[in-house]
Design a binder for this molecule. Structure first.
Ligand code: DX5
Ligand code: ZN
Length: 225
C-alpha cells in the first residue's frame, strides 16, 4: 500500500497560500492537505477557521484533512463541512462525548478522525475503533510547527497498529509532528500509513517539491502490504 503524504499548511507562506497549495498539488506526491485549526484554548496558539479552509478548497482538488485542535469542536462541524473539509479529526482530550462526535462527523459525510496527544494512552481509542476512519498520533505536543519528533511515539504507533489489526480496522494511522526524512522510515515500519509534515515540506531549502520527494523516498512503501 502506498503511504499517504499530507503536507501541513501551517508551515506555508500565508501571503501566498493559494499558490503554495497549487505547488503542492502540482508536485504530484501529496495525497491530501493537512489543515491545523487551533483555538487558543485547547492549544496555546491560534490559526485558521472555516473561511481559510474554504479558500484552500478553492485552490485545490486534493482532499482536505482538517485537524481540530479545539475544545467543543462539534459547534463547528457544519461550518467546516460547508467549507469543503473531507475529514475532521478531533482530540480525545477535548471530547467527553467522543463516540457521538465521531458519529456526528460521519453523519455529515466526512471521514472521522481521532487524535491522541503524546501524554494520552492508546487505551482511550479502544471503545471508538469501529467509528474512526483515521487515528492521528501526535508525535509532538500540539500547537506549533517545527518541533522535535518525540522518539517514544514509535512504540505508540506500533501498539496502535496492533490494536487496529486485531480489530480488523482499515483506519488510516497518521503521524503528526516533527516528521522528517530521518524518522519517516521508522514511523512507516512501525505501521503508520499517513505522514503529516509541515516544516519538512514547506521549509525545504530546495522547495516543496523536493521536500515531498525526499519524504516519499524515505517512507517508500508500507512493508506490511
Ligand atoms: C502541530 C500540528 C502539526 C504541524 C506539524 O500542532 O498539528 O500538523 O503543522 O508541523 P511540523 O511537521 O513542522 O512538525
Ligand atoms: Zn496537525
Amino acid at each position: 500500500m502506498r503511504i499517504k503524504l499530507a503536507p501541513s499548511i501551517l508551515a506555508a507562506d500565508f501571503g501566498r497560500l493559494a499558490e503554495q497549495v497549487q505547488e503542492i498539488e502540482r508536485a504530484g506526491e501529496a495525497d491530501q492537505i493537512h489543515v491545523d485549526v487551533m483555538d487558543g484554548l485547547f492549544v496555546p496558539n491560534l490559526s485558521f477557521g472555516p473561511m481559510i479552509v474554504a479558500a484552500i478548497r478553492q485552490a485545490t482538488n486534493l482532499p482536505l484533512d482538517v485537524h481540530l485542535m479545539m475544545v467543543d469542536p462539534s459547534r463547528y462541524y457544519d461550518a467546516f463541512v460547508a467549507s469543503g473539509a473531507n475529514a475532521l479529526t478531533v482530540h480525545v482530550e477535548a471530547c467527553p462525548h467522543l463516540y457521538r462526535d465521531l458519529e456526528e462527523i460521519r453523519r455529515r459525510g466526512c471521514r472521522a478522525g481521532v487524535a491522541l496527544n503524546p501524554g494520552s494512552s492508546p487505551l482511550l481509542l479502544d471503545s471508538v475503533l469501529d467509528l474512526a476512519d483515521i487515528i492521528l498520533v501526535m508525535s509532538v505536543s500540539p500547537g506549533f510547527g517545527g518541533q522535535q519528533f518525540i522518539p517514544s511515539s514509535v512504540e505508540k504507533i506500533r501498539r496502535i497498529r496492533r490494536m487496529l489489526d486485531d480489530a480488523g480496522s482499515p483506519a488510516d494511522l497518521s503521524v503528526d509532528g516533527g516528521v522528517t526524512p530521518s524518522v519517516a522510515g521508522e514511523i512507516v515500519r512501525a505501521g503508520a500509513t499517513v505522514l503529516v509534515a509541515g516544516s519538512a515540506v514547506f521549509h525545504h531549502p530546495k522547495g516543496v517539491e523536493a521536500g515531498l520527494r525526499e519524504l516519499r523516498l524515505t517512507a517508500v512503501n508500507d512493508p506490511r502490504k
